[in-house]
Write a protein that binds this ligand. Structure first.
Ligand code: NAI
Ligand code: MG
Length: 365
């Protein structure tokens, strides 16, 4: 049995996650070995309990086989006193659960060509995964800070640091993933300028030579990669990159899929002694405060994140494929939430999109 903890979070999180719950319950009824629990997270937790993170919730986070996360971020945080906001709990979860492997699959769902800003012939055949290092690099490096000296001159600094082991384990994840797909890894760095990336690239090459010669390895500088992602996105199979670069490149690549609202992600930890690994699944978008409360958010990214949970945590590959194809069939039928609709054409609500996906799950069974 796999214990899943739902944390809806802020903004549109509480609108999209009930659709994920309905889908998860559909699989539970059919015997998929999962159990569901749910806790308030973020502003909702603050309002109910006067704290952003209850000890009981943190305990459940550590015990869960996987977390199904909605989104974080709200203007309402401004009203919460600073002493209650010492942690960004999403970063804390990534760090303390050691979720160093972030997988961001980017695929054009057939029928969605018109939702992208790129021409259909450029998009055709795009099917890649960005493997982003998630617990190191510029976002976590020490020292970091802002200083002002006696003369009032300011200075700010962050540190881009990686150890051999940190690079090896994320590179290994990328090579292993490539073996299950197109057997091609493109390593993206900035080794022409920064020492950290020279070290990064050398470490990747060394691992490739010693263990993964059956996988084709290429390299791009990050600036060129940004250009290639919009020039010819279909050239990529697996992209391996650093934390900050992965953050930026994946939002850029998201335009292939037409909307941030369509894209899932998985954040995975190392395998523990008992064979389990911590995991957190979330859509790549944020809390979308501009549309929160209107019941128009697209739940597909969150639902496809649950499909990744079926694949990577539950090991239910057939269920994952079934769910992914149900989403594809709904899109192919022309159902559109506002973010993926052509201007002037009809749109459906968050719940109606969930209904349609459930209907497709039921069909042909
Ligand atoms: P965002 O991803 O929330 O929104 C960007 C744009 O995409 C907005 O116009 C939004 O309406 C639209 N959008 C996003 N998801 C959508 C969906 N499911 N359906 C329809 N439209 C969707 O990014 P933004 O606006 O930069 O940040 C808003 C808040 O979210 C901030 O507080 C930010 O810090 C936070 N954030 C949280 C993340 C997370 O929880 N992992 C990731 C990114 C941002
Ligand atoms: Mg981002």
């Amino acid at each position: 049995m796999h214990h899943l903890l739902i944390l809806p979070g802020d903004g549109i999180g509480p609108e999209i996650m009930p659709e994920v719950r309905r889908v998860a319950e559909w699989f539970m009824k059919r015997g998929t070995p999962i159990s569901l629990d749910e806790e308030l997270y973020g502003v909702a937790s603050w309002k109910a309990y006067g704290t952003l993170m209850r000890d009981a919730t943190w305990e459940k986070i550590q015990k869960a086989d996987a977390i199904l996360f909605g989104a974080t971020g709200s203007p309402e945080y401004d009203e919460i006193p600073a002493e209650h906001k010492k942690h960004d709990y999403l970063l804390k979860m990534r760090h303390e659960l050691d979720l160093f492997t972030n997988l961001r699959p980017i695929k054009l769902v057939p029928g969605m060509e018109d939702a992208s800003t790129l021409r259909p012939e450029i998009l055709r055949g795009t099917d890649m995964v960005i493997v982003r290092e998630l617990t190191g690099g510029l976002y976590f490096g020490e020292p970091r800070g802002i200083e002002v000296d006696g003369a009032g001159v300011g200075r700010a600094f962050n540190t881009l640091v990686y150890t051999t082991e940190e690079v090896r384990r994320i590179a290994r994840a990328a090579f292993e993933l490539a073996r299950s797909r197109g057997r091609r890894v493109c390593n993206v760095d900035k080794s022409n300028v920064l020492e950290t990336f020279r070290f990064w690239r050398d470490t990747v090459i060394e691992l490739h030579q010693s263990e993964f010669q059956d996988v084709e390895l290429s390299h791009l500088y990050v600036d060129n990669c940004a250009m290639q992602l919009v020039r010819r996105p279909a050239q990529f199979d697996v992209i391996l990159t650093e934390n900050l670069f992965g953050d930026i490149l994946s939002d850029c690549a998201a335009m292939v899929a037409g909307s941030l609202g369509m894209l899932p992600s998985a954040s995975l930890g190392a395998r523990l002694a008992d064979g389990r690994r911590h995991a957190l699944y979330e859509p790549i978008h944020g809390s979308a405060p501009d549309i929160a409360g209107q019941s128009i958010a697209n739940p597909c990214g969150a639902i496809l994140s649950f499909a990744m949970c079926l694949r990577y945590t539950v090991g239910a590959l057939e269920d994952a494929l079934w769910l992914e194809s149900a989403v594809e069939r709904v899109i192919a039928r022309g159902l559109r939430t506002a973010d993926i609709a052509r201007p002037g054409s009809p749109t459906v609500s968050t719940v109606a999109m969930g209904d349609a996906i459930l209907q497709e799950l039921d069909a042909h069974r």
